[in-house]
Design a protein around this ligand. Structure first.
Ligand code: FES
Length: 106
């Protein structure tokens, strides 16, 4: 179980609780986090679950796999800390994770 805080572009924050085995995208959708579209439902095929991982957490969320890297090419305003939220599995290690939502998804 992990508490995940989503930070909107205006600085507003919302913290959700996610169970292990869910993805960060699923946790966001369940709690209706604004700005996470996830149009493909988590198949790594849309890039509309694009988020920025807070620098302190990058080591714990890991690096994107090749398929995720390819899909990130379609995201808006991609940065080194960009990830697709559907490709990050929740574990206890991510308790306290801070995720920034981009200004738009495409
Ligand atoms: S939900 Fe489509 S790529 Fe993540």
């Amino acid at each position: 179980m992990a508490k995940i805080t989503f930070v909107q572009p205006d600085g507003s924050k919302q913290t959700v609780t996610a169970e292990n085995g869910m993805t960060v995208m699923e946790a966001a959708k369940r709690d209706a986090i604004a700005g996470i579209e996830a149009e493909c439902g988590g198949a790594c095929a849309c890039a509309t679950c694009h988020v920025y991982i807070d620098a302190d957490w990058a080591g714990k969320t890991g690096k994107p796999a090749a398929m995720e890297e390819d899909m990130l090419d379609f995201a808006f305003d991609v940065r080194p800390e960009s990830r697709l939220a559907c490709q990050i599995k929740v574990t206890d290690v991510l308790d306290g994770l801070i995720v920034r939502v981009p200004a738009k998804q495409f």
